[in-house]
Design a protein around this ligand. Structure first.
Ligand SMILES: Cc1ncc(COP(=O)(O)O)c(C=O)c1O
Length: 376
């Protein structure tokens, strides 16, 4: 019996052809023709006015922190149930992440707890749409407007997700995307910064190009480029963009397969889940999810440990997800204590993600479903 991995990056056929073309035709530095094509695709797919490919979502988040001019002493509201990069971007500027617990249903930041965490030093609310299921955006935008805060969407999971018909990543001043190989579309390592507020575009281009106006120079808008601001090298080679373009062009095929797998898990596991006291993903009305994650919330840590071992014995790799950031070594150094975010602490002990990837066959998915249903 062959092992079933948790994830395998989608490959749809034209990746090698485009990479070969990028190399043959050049240039292969950043912002070549394939990067421009990816920008157009991302702008068209999301409706965001400006896309900039980056070397990762982590780097897009770092660019966001630079664009916000976060300073030591500033505070940014974040959920503790997220990847470290969401929070590192804030800490790298010397600012303080203020953890607000998540909702037990969607596992997104609990909008009813945000206002109590706002202080005169709060600058922004950094959201994560877990599994690409939208946060309570209307309520959060309202809080942000009343307190003069900027909203940023870490949309690493949520490309193709929507809230009331509008794509995720178009609600905040900025949104970040990930094309890491665990994501629905990937180029191995990659990301994008989506800019919805046009006042930030010029500075974003400068920060991404080592603090220079080289992007304007390439467009013929200045006759030489020079050092204008702080910055770093956040743009990927056109070789990676070529790979990503093949994936963007095949997004309908990838998404359709992922949705079929997600829906099959949901339908096949519902009776078992009910009998075993397991909760399946909650997708509230008005949210279109992108079939990024299919998770189970087990009744206890012991049940989670037992299920993962049970699946491993059957050569199926299922995995848990984020550990509470406020209880990590770094989080504790920033003042995190047990009991601070009880929903996160509880959920992170009980969550299991099942294999979900483009190439997963029906037969392999049947093996996963049968194995899960054979537990208890
Ligand atoms: C919510 C979230 N933000 C950011 C990232 C970082 O993405 P990348 O690996 O593209 O830097 C991840 C990675 O999985 C993530 O889950």
């Amino acid at each position: 019996m062959l092992p079933i991995p948790f994830n395998r990056a989608a490959v749809t056929g034209r990746e090698v052809e485009y990479v070969t073309r990028a190399i043959a035709e050049g240039p292969i530095h950043g912002d070549g023709p394939f990067t421009k094509a990816c920008h157009e695709w991302l702008e068209r797919l999301t409706g965001s006015p400006k896309a900039l490919l980056t070397t990762s979502c982590t780097h897009a988040l770092e660019m966001t922190a630079l664009l916000l001019d976060l300073q030591p002493g500033d505070e940014v509201i974040v959920p503790p149930f997220t990847f470290v990069s969401t929070v590192n971007a804030v800490v790298l500027r010397g600012a303080l992440p203020v953890f607000v617990d998540i909702r037990p249903d969607t596992l997104n930041i609990d909008e009813t707890r945000i206002e109590a965490a706002i202080t005169p030093r709060t600058r922004a609310i950094l959201l994560v749409h877990y599994a690409g299921v939208a946060c309570a955006i209307d309520a959060i935008l309202d809080i942000a407007a009343r307190h003069g805060l900027i909203v940023v969407e870490d949309n690493a999971h949520g490309l193709f997700g929507a809230y009331k018909g509008r794509p995720l990543g178009t609600f905040g001043s900025f949104a970040t995307l990930s094309f890491h190989d665990t994501k629905n579309l990937s180029c191995g390592e990659g990301g994008a910064l989506m800019i919805n507020d046009p006042q930030y575009v010029e500075r974003a281009e400068i920060i991404r190009e080592k603090g220079t106006n080289r992007t304007r120079f390439y467009r013929g808008q200045v006759d030489k480029y020079t050092w204008c601001d702080i910055g770093s090298s956040y743009l990927p080679s056109d070789i990676l963009a070529a790979y990503l373009l093949a994936q963007l062009e095949s997004h309908a095929q990838i998404q359709s397969r992922r949705h079929a797998i997600w829906a099959r898990y949901a339908a096949s596991l519902a009776p078992w889940a009910e009998a075993a006291g397991v909760r399946l993903p909650v997708v509230p009305d008005g949210c279109d999810h992108p079939a990024h994650i299919f998770h189970l919330l087990m009744p206890s840590l012991e049940a989670r440990t037992a299920l993962l071992a049970h699946l491993r014995e059957r050569r199926i790799l299922a995995v848990f997800h984020y550990l509470p950031l406020h209880l990590s070594d770094m989080g504790r150094r920033l003042g995190g204590v047990e009991g601070q975010c009880p929903v996160t602490e509880d959920v992170s002990d009980r969550l299991v993600r099942l294999p979900l990837f483009f190439q997963l066959t029906d037969a392999d998915q049947d093996r996963v479903i049968d194995a899960v249903r054979a537990w208890r």
